[in-house]
Design a binder for this molecule. Sequence first.
Ligand code: ADP
Ligand code: MG
Length: 226
Amino acid sequence: MIELSGVCKAYKVGDEPLTVLHGIDLRIEEGEFVSIMGPSGSGKSTLMHIIGCLDTPSAGEYRLCGTSVGGLSARDLAVLRNRTIGFVFQNFHLLPRITAVRNVELPLLYAGVSRAQRRSRALELLARVGMEDRAQHLPTALSGGQKQRVAIARALANDPALILADEPTGALDQRTGLEIIELLRELHSAGRTIVVITHDPTVAAAADRTIYIVDGHIQREEVRRG
Ligand SMILES: Nc1ncnc2c1ncn2[C@@H]1O[C@H](COP(=O)(O)OP(=O)(O)O)[C@@H](O)[C@H]1O
Ligand SMILES: [Mg+2]
């Protein structure tokens, strides 16, 4: 599903290029649950942005579901992203002025789904994450764990094959974080491919495989299952 070969990423900082990823080779098969660990600043989020088609490599090739992403227009990239990938972030990224159910409806709106279908699908997804009774709440009225559940429901809106989560438990206490990881494990059991970036070894250990990144290089990997 995910295939990176020799992927480099450099940012321009002033006049100097700053290389953040140095020739990453990585394959993730459909149905895997992979965690990515590494020190702060090691390039994890940059890698997730590339895997998520939010950014493109400076060099090397990235293939997602067999499509070479480098050759796509911004518009085609946005379509591929919307259909294939659901994103979960540390700070939830919910829109604060609209209800939970309307947050979940947003990706469906962008995908052109009708109003009635959006609502029924969004309510179904909120039920899936145990949030059906919070559908009409604003994000500000929800706890961190509840916000992350709503964000996961939103990530599932277009039934993506791949869920990418960048430090999804980073803003949660240990117990709530583990509940969120349990939810991701359930989605994995239902057949989804999950990639989670984390600082927390307990969270990382929930995955079948952990990839360790240091200074923009894959240092090693640890396989638990699969
Ligand atoms: N848009 C950017 N412009 C310049 N430097 C960046 C940009 N994004 C990230 N960086 C730098 O790239 C390095 C890796 O960042 P990041 O991928 O966010 O690391 P991590 O997620 O592992 O903490 C850091 O040194 C960071 O400052
Ligand atoms: Mg990061």
